[in-house]
Design a protein around this ligand. Sequence first.
Ligand code: GRF
Length: 212
Amino acid sequence: MRKASLGILVSGTGTNMYSIAKKCLSGELPAVVSVVISSRENAPALEKARSLGIPSYVVRKKDFQSQTEYEDKMIAILKAHNVDLVVLAGFLNILSPYFIDAFRWKIINVHPSLIPAFCGPGYYGMKVHEAVIQYGVKITGVTVHFVDENVDGGPIILQRPVEVDDDDTPETLAEKVKQVEHEVLPEAIKLIVENELRIVGRKVLIRREDDA
Ligand code: GRF
């Protein structure tokens, strides 16, 4: 049987991308990372993709006249690689409804907090962890969700808590959260490629053993 084809969009270090790709190679995840697209030419994620022999591309928004032309380029690359599922793994650009429509319910994102806390416009990268510590919450975590037109607002697939310790800094917290992301994001991908999910309104239902 043909394995599900993943296209991963990145902007930074690419540790989530690497974790997914390794689990695909080991057979733990029944999928293949067909292509990686980076929004930045100097993203360390590109080197990681190359080290695993994954085709990678740099597509920079500033090289295009419009958002649509920019997204058309990414859509063309993803379609050329027969991508079934688009994974946003530390991808910092906001996608328009045009892109989202091209892959409706076939785009997922990992966010480093328990949505709806510390999410939405402006909450990305270290800013999330800084805000978590500043607020003084005791628990943060990881959310994997489908992507719709609302920033960080699509139906939630999986969430997992991470404790905030008194002496955590944004950096130590980011590291703890990332370790959890490396497990939860592949788990969510597995559920999708094995067709275990159903979206009902805002809820994502996971098939149980005793379901028909
Ligand atoms: C992750 O914390 C992810 O939740 C956020 O950006 C970070 C990406 O890390 N969206 P990496 O590039 O996968 O190492």
